[in-house]
Design a binder for this molecule. Structure first.
Ligand SMILES: C[S@@+](CC[C@H](N)C(=O)[O-])C[C@H]1O[C@@H](n2cnc3c(N)ncnc32)[C@H](O)[C@@H]1O
Length: 261
């Protein structure tokens, strides 16, 4: 597949649509029924197209656009926290990364982008309806970017999948957990960390953070960093100058990174 098989269309307000370039009518939520090939055949990247009442800009399917226009089911991890995980876990080519649960693959898209085709990505998820959405999002990224890591998806909880995970690799360079209950998972999977490798947890509430910290220490890991990232957007003021934009100063989650030393 090539990047021509998916098109990205963006409204002026930033709303993003990811459309499969098939030569047949399909219903695209928010755009109505269109034949994508017919509608877009004369619209180059950077060109504009009118669909119904909407004027849309066509852009290439890069990570920010595919992430904005992704299918969603479970709550996703966004760029603020994903970027921190990629940096603090030091992810890159050749890495073997274990991730649970996959949810909607919000984080998986970032992981696959940075580890690239030489990496190995193992995902674990007990809910088939979540995995279905996640695997569709990863199908789009693979088709759009023309490459992806070796990816194995395991259906089940991480605690009950340790043997299956170990069959793909004896050890992992990084493990990322975004689960309702981290301690049993930490206890089960920390043995899979290679020396120097790190485990990260995404914890929406502080009680999860505290329990994750305790579970990491009980598993013999050293907690390297725990806390929250705050992101404050600025914009142009109507009377000139720049200032923080009005709007909610939201919370996503507390993050924890621990290392096997
Ligand atoms: C908040 S979602 C993950 C979202 C994901 N990080 C993303 O960015 O799209 C949490 C997921 O963990 C899954 N889950 C719950 N318990 C689990 C377990 N013990 N092992 C693996 N996955 C689990 C849930 O079904 C759910 O899909």
């Amino acid at each position: 597949m090539t990047s021509e098989e998916w098109a990205v269309l963006v409204e002026d307000n930033g709303k993003t649509y990811v459309v499969e370039l098939t030569n047949q009518s399909q219903k695209v939520k928010g755009l109505g029924v269109i034949n994508p090939v017919e509608t877009l055949q004369n619209v180059p990247l950077g060109g504009r197209v009118e669909i119904g009442q909407k004027e849309l800009l066509r852009l290439p399917p890069r990570l920010p656009e595919l992430s904005k226009g992704m299918m969603r089911r479970a709550q996703t991890i966004g760029s603020k926290d994903a970027g921190f995980f990629l940096a603090r876990l030091g992810l890159g080519p050749n890495d073997k990364v274990l991730e649970a649960g996959i949810g909607s693959a919000g984080l998986s898209m970032y992981i696959q982008r940075v580890i690239g085709k030489s990496g190995t990505h193992i995902t674990v998820e007990p809910r088939a309806e979540h995995a279905e959405v996640a695997l569709e999002n990863l199908r789009r990224t693979t088709a759009s970017w023309g490459e992806s890591p070796t990816h194995h998806h395991i259906e089940g909880t991480i605690e009950e999948s340790i043997q299956a995970i170990a069959e793909f690799s004896d050890g992992y360079d990084a493990i990322i957990l975004d689960l309702p209950d981290h301690p049993p998972a930490i206890e089960a999977c920390s043995q899979l960390l290679l020396p120097g490798a790190r485990l990260a947890c995404y914890c929406p509430v502080s009680s999860q953070l505290e329990r994750s910290w305790e579970a990491c220490e009980a598993a013999g890991l050293t907690v390297e960093w725990a806390g929250e990232l705050m992101e404050r957007e600025w914009g142009r003021a109507s009377k000139g100058g720049m200032r923080p934009v009005n709007g909610p100063f939201g919370h996503t989650a507390f993050l924890l990174v621990a290392q096997r030393q």
